[in-house]
Design a protein around this ligand. Structure first.
Ligand SMILES: *[C@@H]1O[C@H](CO)[C@@H](O)[C@H](O)[C@H]1NC(C)=O
Ligand SMILES: *[C@@H]1O[C@H](CO)[C@@H](O)[C@H](O)[C@H]1NC(C)=O
Ligand SMILES: *[C@@H]1O[C@H](CO)[C@@H](O)[C@H](O)[C@H]1NC(C)=O
Ligand SMILES: *[C@@H]1O[C@H](CO)[C@@H](O)[C@H](O)[C@H]1NC(C)=O
Ligand SMILES: *[C@@H]1O[C@H](CO)[C@@H](O)[C@H](O)[C@H]1NC(C)=O
Ligand SMILES: *[C@@H]1O[C@H](CO)[C@@H](O)[C@H](O)[C@H]1NC(C)=O
Ligand SMILES: *[C@@H]1O[C@H](CO)[C@@H](O)[C@H](O)[C@H]1NC(C)=O
Length: 443
């Protein structure tokens, strides 16, 4: 800052030595008075450094009676009381504040492993002390962050009755998806399902219906009124997450629940903990094949009572699930900024009040992916080999970090290939059954 000011007013200095000295003096005094440096070196205050830049400007935050200084400035890493914050998607193993000593590392990661597969492995996850993820077991759970309000689940704003939907004479199911080749083979499943029941697909995947132009920018309109109105016309919605992780729930589930269309859901295995009631969705995993699922859907689609049984939250306009009510925190109405502020405060507070914190697999639990269709591990599937490769990377990275060495992405790539060739990266079969932590067999 000081240097910038100097450069800007450099021509003025040419007017005289006196003026020059005077200005320098004034600036030095002002800088000293305003200096964030002085206050923040106060040993009681923790400096939170966003190692993956996030904050717009340096600032003090107050969390209860604790103060912290939040910054992007890496050069402050030598202070006594420092915690490093990372945004999961931008976590870069070639660019870390090593050595990994006693300092606190905090992880903010709301995305699925589709974004950063490396962080789905315990050897990398456990580098962190505290986390904010979609998991209910994380230190600041974001599980319900995509749900705007509990009222929206019972509200009739978009809801159309069984009879109204029949009058529209549309396909039974709506599908809107732009990410088509996901590690659970969801498109193959939908394609198979389409053989037995009609599905209107508006997105890029298996498209057979044109999305109104106002909705084509799907990302920006994920929860738009118009999209919800469209979904509300359909009896069922395909709600398949792009990854199967405990508590990873996105608008793909909430959108149909809000619109009053029955979600056909694949995603968090423990999803029933978060539904408005036990019978608010249909699960492909309850059926042996897409064909059998289609039979059930036809049946439900033709029987008013059976259909309405799945929409108790709309018809009786109440939520039976106490867990959902208890844990709802209203993130959806807030800006991401304010969630980040909460995350910073969580770390700030714990840096003072808690002596130990360790992130484990419960904070980010996505098992090895299986095809929805075969429900088996198949080593020929790309996502299976990716999973093995990423796990191998995690082990190598961990070794480097423990030796306080930085690994470049090129070296990592070379080492992974070497390890794979030497069969050092096999995932033990019993891991599938028991979830044992993976280790390199021989380093
Ligand atoms: C800070 O942490 C303490 C101990 O864990 C907790 O009792 C307190 O509510 C926290 N305060 C804030 C503002 O989070
Ligand atoms: C940290 O800095 C703030 C703001 O200057 C100050 O008021 C506070 O006393 C300091 N110490 C702690 C423990 O927050
Ligand atoms: C990760 O960090 C390294 C070292 O700073 C850099 O060369 C590389 O471009 C970074 N990778 C990404 C994806 O940003
Ligand atoms: C409903 O749609 C089907 C197929 O699109 C069509 O054959 C049928 O005539 C329509 N029925 C009514 C009542 O519009
Ligand atoms: C159709 O639904 C009714 C009512 O839920 C149920 O009794 C019946 O067994 C179902 N039939 C088939 C073939 O699934
Ligand atoms: C954070 O993790 C590091 C490395 O595992 C550990 O040495 C340190 O004690 C932890 N700090 C806290 C406050 O949990
Ligand atoms: C395994 O995956 C490959 C590639 O996707 C596929 O060709 C093969 O049929 C699958 N095998 C089984 C048993 O599902």
């Amino acid at each position: 800052m000081l240097c910038m000011k100097r450069v800007k007013i450099l021509p003025i200095y040419l007017f005289g030595l006196l003026l020059f000295s005077l200005l320098i003096c004034i600036q030095l005094i002002m800088f000293k008075e305003n200096s964030t440096e002085d206050i923040a070196t106060n040993s009681e205050n923790t400096t939170l450094i966003w190692w993956t830049p996030f904050t717009l400007s340096d600032q003090y935050i107050q969390c209860g009676n604790v103060h912290c200084f939040v910054t992007n400035s890496r050069h402050l890493k030598y202070r006594d009381n420092v915690a490093f914050l990372f945004y999961g998607t931008h976590f870069n193993v070639s660019d870390l504040p090593l050595p990994r000593d006693i300092k606190i590392w905090g992880l903010f990661h709301e995305e699925s492993p589709r974004n950063n597969p490396l962080l789905n492995h315990e050897l990398t996850l456990s580098l962190f002390n505290y986390s904010s993820t979609f998991s209910r077991f994380s230190d600041l759970p974001l599980t319900l962050m995509y749900l705007k309000s509990l009222e929206s689940l019972t509200s009739h704003e978009y809801y159309k009755t069984f009879e109204e939907k029949n009058l529209l004479n549309l396909s039974e199911i709506v599908y809107i998806q732009s990410d088509c080749d996901t590690p659970n083979n969801r498109d193959s499943y939908v394609k198979e399902l389409m053989k037995y029941i009609s599905i209107d697909s508006y997105g890029a995947c298996l498209n057979n219906k044109k999305l109104p132009t106002s909705l084509t920018n799907a990302l920006e309109t994920m929860m738009s009124q118009e999209l919800l109105q469209l979904v509300a016309n359909y009896k069922f919605s395909i709600s398949f997450e792009n990854a199967v992780c405990e508590d990873y729930i996105t608008e793909k589930l909430w959108r149909p629940l809000i619109a009053g269309s029955i979600p056909i859901y694949l995603g968090s295995p423990s999803i029933k903990d978060w539904l408005p009631n036990n019978n608010a969705a249909i699960f492909p995993s309850d059926f042996s094949s897409p064909k059998e699922l289609a039979q059930h859907l036809h049946n439900v689609s033709n029987h008013r009572e059976a259909y309405n049984n799945y929409l108790k939250h709309k018809i009786e306009q109440k939520i039976d699930n106490e867990i959902l009510i208890k844990h709802f925190r209203g993130y959806g109405g807030k800006k991401v900024d304010s969630i980040i502020n909460e995350f910073e405060c969580m770390i700030c507070n714990r840096s003072v009040y808690e002596k130990t914190g360790f992130v484990n697999k419960d904070h980010y639990n996505c098992p090895r992916p299986v095809s929805m269709l075969s429900r088996k591990f198949n080593i020929s599937n790309w996502w299976h080999s990716d999973y093995v490769k990423n796990k191998c990377e995690a082990a190598i990275v961990r070794n480097y970090i423990e030796n306080s060495q930085t690994i470049s992405s090129r070296n990592l790539e070379t080492l992974v290939l070497k390890h794979l060739n030497e069969k050092k990266c096999e995932v033990p079969e019993d891991e599938i059954l028991q979830g044992l932590p993976y280790m390199l067999t021989n380093t």
